[in-house]
Design a protein around this ligand. Structure first.
Ligand SMILES: N[C@@H](CCC(=O)N[C@@H](CS)C(=O)NCC(=O)O)C(=O)O
Length: 319
């Protein structure tokens, strides 16, 4: 039987746009939860996390995995940052430094695992996602839900000091939710809407929204080390992954160039640098080579030469 043609799902240049040139991100499809007593019970070694260092959504899960000390419970595989017509490749196909082979099936591309889990799958082949070795399927491919699972589902299996870390504390949930509600459309996804716009007006609308969002964050962080409640929460993690990519990628590649973080947003810059330099979960989850190569190489519709810029110098300022 001939393999099904899934190129409309794996090739980012064939992603869906609205008639007025706006980029629309599709919702994730695998939405099960790992929880005690559920179909997907928390167990050491049962699950596998697939990520790209390049991807902001995947980096959320890497940061929380490390903050919660889940490295032994939850092995991870890093794909190559060069996302081509077949989507994300493993190192067996593209041995980019730091990329790894698929340890479970020696798959060539992420899409092979999606189609193994669900042969008729019609969504995009995105990272991050969690693979379940017992049911041979994908449990979840939505980072905002994966970090919630990491926050609580494995608390019985990890040391008490790690179990006590709560990135979504009851008393701050309303405030975290309300920050997430605008940070996602205006900033996390806002930079993509600016960069992937195919019409001038769609770009201009989107880029203004990004910088209005950054102005709000700058005000919140004045005199504060964190976004909510004077402590590290998922709201910081979710925003940080976009900010760390801002000067190296989004200013140039996505044309978000009203200002840079380092020149225009001193409070955001301080918050970003402090988390990077003082908290290994953030620094160790960041690979600027993967980040820059991914964006500038993988979107020939906006960078036809695939040349990766040498700057900025430095990639992140010292503290
Ligand atoms: N809702 C998803 C979004 C993930 C996502 O869009 N990942 C991008 C990389 S940054 C991807 O894998 N895109 C591949 C594609 O669309 O073909 C999440 O937050 O986990």
């Amino acid at each position: 039987m001939a393999a099904r043609d899934t190129s409309h799902l794996s090739d980012i240049s064939k992603a869906k746009y609205s008639a007025d040139g706006h980029f629309n991100r599709a919702a994730a499809s695998f939405r099960d939860f790992i929880e005690p007593g559920g179909k997907f019970a928390p167990e050491k070694g049962r699950y596998h996390l697939y990520v790209s260092y390049a991807c902001p959504w995947a980096t959320r899960t890497l940061i929380v995995r490390k903050l919660k000390g889940l490295e032994d419970i939850f092995p991870v595989t890093i794909v190559s940052p060069k996302m081509g017509a077949n989507g994300w490749p493993f190192a067996s196909v593209d041995a980019f430094p730091g990329a790894q082979v698929d340890p479970l099936f020696n798959a060539e591309h992420v899409k092979d695992l999606y189609l193994r889990a669900s042969p008729e799958y019609e969504g995009r082949f995105t990272v991050p996602f969690i693979w379940d070795k017992v049911n041979n399927t994908i449990v979840n491919n939505e980072s905002s839900e994966i970090i919630r699972m990491f926050n609580t589902a494995f608390n019985q299996l990890i040391p008490q000091d790690k179990a006590a870390i709560d990135l979504y504390p009851e008393e701050h949930r309303a405030e975290i939710d309300s920050i997430n509600d605008w940070v996602y459309p205006e900033i996390n996804n806002g930079v993509y809407r600016a960069g992937f716009a195919t019409q001038q007006q769609a770009y201009e609308t989107a880029v203004k929204i990004v910088f209005a969002g950054l102005d709000k964050v700058e005000k919140i962080l004045k005199g504060n080390d964190f976004l909510v409640g004077g402590r590290l929460t998922e709201a910081d993690v979710r925003l940080w992954v976009t900010i760390i990519r801002f000067d190296p990628v989004y200013v140039g590649h996505f044309k978000c160039n009203f200002n840079t973080i380092r020149a225009g947003y001193p409070e955001i810059n301080r918050w970003m640098k402090t988390l990077y330099w003082k908290n290994a979960a953030f620094k160790d989850s960041t690979d600027f080579d993967h980040i820059k190569t991914h964006y500038y190489w993988s979107h020939p519709q906006i960078n036809a030469t695939r040349i990766v810029p040498a700057g900025p110098i430095p990639l992140i300022e010292p503290l």
